[in-house]
Write a protein that binds this ligand. Structure first.
Ligand SMILES: Nc1ncnc2c1ncn2[C@@H]1O[C@H](COP(=O)(O)OP(=O)(O)OP(=O)(O)O)[C@@H](O)[C@H]1O
Ligand SMILES: [Mg+2]
Length: 299
């Protein structure tokens, strides 16, 4: 698969503060990646460097195997920045037409409207008069105007109501199904869990985890395997170090563990007679909390 983003040993210092510390990752065509982390973790700084808006203090970034500032690269990316700024004086329709002209194969106005939910009334409004949520819809339309291969979105859903948010993620999924590469940041972890195939987790400038949402949740120390069992063999589970706790609730047995695979293997090895087995991985939010407060390197 074609490599779309390559970040190699990238550090960014502002005066003597390191905002990004030796970050490395590579993103392939068609991946949908969430960049997560607490406030000040280095997400926007990393994205700004990927877009060529900031220069790394050391290390190297390439998009489509070229420098981010190359014209060929710029034509293939669509961006939505964390800070929304819209051009004053132009109506939404004029602004979209203007931006479309910069690109060799732009999306049609009709496609942009159907992707973003901009209304006829929005199109006739001057950009600066839009509400906060409508401005984000416009900046999403501007990001898509050039029919980009790579879409980079920094906190795209901030200020969107539930309907706009749902529509936005539906569009993202349609674009992903077309093979577009999508990178976004969010503080709404459920969005990352639902949409992203991969999560890169930053904390204090460093990448502390990089994997699928399930892999990251699997780092949680309190996951559960629950099941029914009529056999009296449950107490055979005690004494295994992988089992931290066993309890019964509503006729189900719950085994607390940090390794659900190992517990499953134990259930069969010890002939527990388990049926209706379920694995409960916990929430991404808990994993995020645990990983960012422990400061543990987990890659
Ligand atoms: N232009 C700048 N000059 C000095 N320090 C900066 C600058 N831009 C960012 N920083 C610092 O770098 C660190 C990382 O900031 P960054 O904006 O990348 O965080 P973030 O992960 O995007 O946070 P948020 O979730 O709040 O958007 C912060 O400590 C911030 O104060
Ligand atoms: Mg940010």
């Amino acid at each position: 698969m074609q490599e779309v983003v390559s970040v190699k040993n990238v550090t960014k210092s502002f005066h003597n503060k390191q905002a990004v510390k030796n970050a490395s990752f590579s993103i392939k065509k068609g991946e949908v990646v969430a960049i997560l982390g607490p406030n000040g973790a280095g997400k926007t700084t990393t994205i700004s460097m990927m877009l060529g808006l900031l220069r790394p203090t050391s290390g190297e970034i390439q998009l489509f195997n070229q420098h981010p500032n190359e014209k060929k690269v710029r034509e293939q990316i669509g961006i939505m920045l964390q800070e929304v700024s819209v051009m004053h004086g132009l109506k939404v329709r004029e602004l979209l037409e203007l931006v479309r002209q910069y690109y060799p194969n732009p999306l049609s106005l009709k496609e942009l409207i159907s992707y973003t939910g901009l209304t006829e009334a929005d199109l006739k409004t001057r950009a600066e008069k839009l509400s906060g949520g409508q401005k984000r819809r416009l900046s999403f339309a501007l990001a898509l105007a050039g029919n980009p291969e790579l879409i980079i979105l920094d906190e795209p859903t901030v200020g969107m109501d539930i309907t706009s948010r749902n529509r936005f993620w539906q569009t993202i999924q349609e674009l992903a199904a077309k093979g577009k590469t999508i990178i976004f940041t969010t503080h709404y972890l459920q969005e990352a869990d639902d949409i992203a195939q991969r999560i890169i987790l930053f904390n204090k400038g460093s990448i502390i985890a990089d994997g699928t949402p399930s892999e990251i949740k699997a780092r949680l120390t309190n996951q559960y395997v629950s099941f029914h069992s009529n056999s009296g063999a449950i107490n055979k589970l005690y004494g295994y170090s992988v089992v931290s706790h066993v309890f019964e609730k509503n006729n189900r047995f719950f085994v607390q563990t940090d390794n659900t695979d190992a517990v499953l293997a134990l259930l069969f090895k010890e002939n527990i007679g388990a049926y209706n087995i379920q694995i409960e991985q916990g929430k991404l939010e808990e994993a995020f909390e645990q990983l960012t407060t422990e400061h543990k390197e987990v890659i």
